[in-house]
Design a protein around this ligand. Structure first.
Ligand code: ZN
Ligand code: ZN
Length: 412
């Protein structure tokens, strides 16, 4: 039994609706949830109406159905994305709807499914959702990703526990990551966390680094150039209309975008991750002028190869993010097999699309952002690179060096 479970659930749903999405009166809401998380999704529905939203579009997804589709559906369906879905998403984006994803999936739901079907459908989906993703990346509407346990996932995280004990352990872990202890203090704690993160971003921004040099003992050694006028972001973001929201709950990272052609060296992953329903482990990228020229993995290499070739930009990078090795989620020493949690326990990067992390990007077109060096892709996949001995040195435009990370933690 989880202590004060009902009140913790209520507090969590409140947190996602009030701080995550920051729902405004009269706003349209889109909630996406696994069918196995229906109870929690319904609680969010209730909270969203209480917060004054106008209407809710709910989208259910299901690991079982997805797997059956990839295994048995007609081969032709993987090359197209339904027009009505594109229209629905564009409707949500153009109405500045708030989008809540309650992301919970079996990390191996699509194990041994033909990777070609997955990558063809990712491509079709990416194209069908192109305008929606662009609006999301530009924060034209508020969005938030949170998560709750489902049995298949909980058993993967805690294989030695019974299903009910694993569920309980994962609930407790998630509550901890989102600062819920049952005493109603989470909204206040989140406001403080957001302020602290903003201060850290200000500090990094004041250095205005030109390059970052990453190095650790598992083989990572690369130099990353940052675009002119890049900015570090983290904690809360603002919509174009100026409403603060928190895109990931939990979030412990501060992040910016690398210059598309500015990364050279070797990048080695430090934690397993789940890509398209399969676990990928031990990634090793050799990168030249920003492009992945060699990609290997100890596990799931074919899934990785497909993921970095869905389009041209998928073999370039779109995000670099800093998370101390000794930080709240990392200290729990759990591999979540869910990037929302694992990326917030570790320094990470993403291949694919860049967030427009440069000054005054609000009115820049896609082409202008690309000219400034930001990568464009239909994909964005985070993977973890932080270790206990990671060092990162920042080099400014005059060649001065500043140690940013020493022994896996902030040195500034
Ligand atoms: Zn990130
Ligand atoms: Zn990311």
């Amino acid at each position: 039994m989880i202590e004060n479970f009902e009140s913790k659930l209520n507090e969590y749903a409140d947190l996602l609706i009030k701080i995550g999405l920051n729902v405004q009166k009269g706003q349209l809401i889109n909630i996406r949830s696994s069918v196995e998380s229906a109870d929690f999704a319904r609680l969010c529905v209730k909270k969203a109406y209480e917060a004054g939203c106008s209407d809710i579009i709910i989208d259910w997804r299901d690991d079982f159905t997805d797997r059956q589709r990839y295994l048995y559906a007609d081969d032709s369906v993987f090359d197209s994305f339904p027009q009505w879905k594109t229209e629905q998403l564009d409707y949500i984006a153009s109405n500045k709807g708030a989008v809540l994803s309650i992301y919970a999936t079996d990390p191996e739901a699509l194990n041994a499914v033909d990777p070609d079907r997955i990558s063809r459908y990712s491509k079709a989906k990416g194209n069908g959702m192109k305008n929606f993703y662009a609006a999301q990346m530009a924060n034209e509407f508020p969005w938030c990703i949170g998560s709750v346990p489902i049995p298949s996932w909980a058993k993967k995280v805690f294989p030695d526990l019974s299903e009910s004990d694993a569920m309980e352990a994962l609930w407790n872990a998630i509550f901890k990551t989102v600062r819920i202890s049952g005493d109603g203090s989470s909204i206040k704690l989140w406001k403080e966390h957001i302020e602290n993160t903003a201060r850290l971003c200000d500090k990094l921004n004041s250095y205005n680094f030109k390059y970052l040099h990453y190095k650790n003992s598992i083989g990572t050694d690369f130099i990353c150039e940052l675009p002119e006028e890049h900015i570090w972001l983290g904690g809360a973001e603002k919509t174009k209309g100026g409403i603060p929201f928190v895109a990931n709950m939990p979030t412990e990272e501060i992040f910016t975008a690398p210059k598309k052609d500015g990364i050279n060296g070797v990048i080695v992953s430090s934690k397993p991750l789940c890509i398209d329903g399969s676990v990928v482990e031990g990634i090793r990228f050799v990168v030249k002028d920003g492009k992945i020229v060699n990609a290997q993995a100890d596990k799931g290499e074919s899934v990785l190869q497909k993921a970095i070739t869905v389009d041209e930009g998928a073999s370039y990078f779109g995000e670099i993010a800093l998370v101390p090795f000794d930080s709240p989620i990392s200290d729990m020493n759990i591999i979540f097999y869910n990037t929302l949690f694992d990326e917030n326990a570790s320094c990470h990067m993403a291949f694919g699309e860049a967030y427009p992390c440069i000054k005054n990007s609000d009115n820049m077109s896609r082409e202008e952002l690309e000219e400034r060096g930001l990568n464009y892709s239909i994909t964005h996949e985070d993977f973890m690179i932080g270790t206990r001995d990671l060092s990162i040195v920042g080099i400014d435009h005059s060649g001065n060096e500043v140690e940013i990370f020493k022994n896996g933690n902030f040195a500034v």
